[in-house]
Design a protein around this ligand. Structure first.
Ligand SMILES: [Cu+2]
Length: 327
């Protein structure tokens, strides 16, 4: 009812704004959870599509949510899509590297003036840290039309829908607070052939910044040299490998045109003030606490998918107990 009153008052031009901000139709019932716990993701569908009944609801699960099991609903057919995770996770009783990534309930009919709940039980792994907001994008199909509740913070606005339902990750009760200035990146090791990439992280970017620095440790356990030749994240136009050199006492950075060689047995650390990745032509800010998927390309080992943790702007390192070998 409210939606029609609003629409009448605001007129057609304001419709999209009204529906994306005030009238989010897909929300999570429980919006806070601790890392390394079981979580019951209850997606509430509050309205249809401009009066038309809902006939299908698809929920995409965030990377780092594992062991997902949907709750069947009478009158609806539930289907799941499985796939590989970008790294393996500790899931309480063993390690998992693939699982359910999307759940769809279809074939039902939810009237516009009713609401219903669509539930997935899952486990939140150590991919999430207190302060992160994790998103569960929802695609709602109606008899007439559809709605995309898929918009991410800082991302492109969605015309026919609005924000993806978000879950805030909070500190476990009784746990020590993280030291001030400590980052909360996703930890992880990502492997391709003889190459291992440890704890990749980005520095958050302030407002209109067009570049972001990326850091990691890379180890070559093979018998041949390899080269890191490329890096990419979705919000950057391009990625380069940079070195920092001193010219007349001034530190300057420049791209390594042939990439970065990693000798057999060598372990290199890319860190602020030294070797680093540089992501340019940013289309959206890199936000603290919101891990970013990306790829690194090696001449021999090929392309490896990684998850960059995001530390505060200006952070010297990814985390306080972050396993740095030298100081
Ligand atoms: Cu640079």
């Amino acid at each position: 009812m409210t939606s029609f009153t609003l629409r009448g008052a605001l007129g057609a031009a304001a419709c999209l704004l009204a529906s994306s901000a005030a009238l989010a139709h897909a929300v999570l019932e429980r919006r806070e959870a601790e890392p390394n716990t079981a979580y019951r993701a209850t997606v509430q569908i509050m309205h249809g599509c401009d009066g038309s009944p809902t006939t299908s609801v698809k929920v995409s699960l965030p990377e780092g949510a594992v062991a997902a099991r949907p709750l069947p609903k009478a009158g609806w057919t539930v289907t799941t899509t499985r796939g590989p995770f970008i790294r393996s996770y500790e899931a309480g009783h063993g390690t998992v590297s693939e699982g359910v990534k999307e759940v769809t309930w279809s074939g039902g009919r939810l009237a516009d003036d009713h609401f219903d709940e669509f539930v997935v039980s899952l486990r939140l792994t150590d991919a999430f840290r207190p302060g992160d907001t994790v998103h569960f994008p929802v695609e709602q199909v109606c008899e007439n039309g559809r709605r995309h509740w898929t918009q991410m913070p800082g991302g492109t606005p969605v015309a026919d829908g609005g924000p993806a339902p978000g879950l805030r990750i909070v500190q476990a009760a009784g746990a020590a607070a993280a030291p001030a200035g400590a980052a909360a990146p996703t930890s992880g090791t990502f492997k391709a052939g003889a190459i291992a990439v440890e704890q990749p992280w980005l520095r958050a970017t302030p407002g209109g910044a067009k570049v972001a620095g990326g850091y990691l440790r890379v180890t070559n356990s093979g018998r041949e040299a390899d080269r890191l030749v490329g890096a990419a994240i979705p919000v950057a136009g391009r990625g380069e490998v940079h070195e920092t050199v001193s010219e007349g006492g001034v530190a300057k950075m420049r791209p390594l045109e042939r990439g970065l060689e990693i000798a057999p047995g060598a372990s290199l650390e890319l860190k602020p003030g030294g070797l680093h990745l540089m992501f340019l032509d940013l289309k959206a800010p890199v936000k603290e606490g919101a891990p970013v998927r990306g790829t690194l390309t090696f001449e021999k080992a090929g392309t490896v998918e990684v998850l960059f943790g995001v530390a505060p702007a200006g952070a010297p390192g990814p985390a306080s107990g972050g396993g740095h070998a030298h100081h």
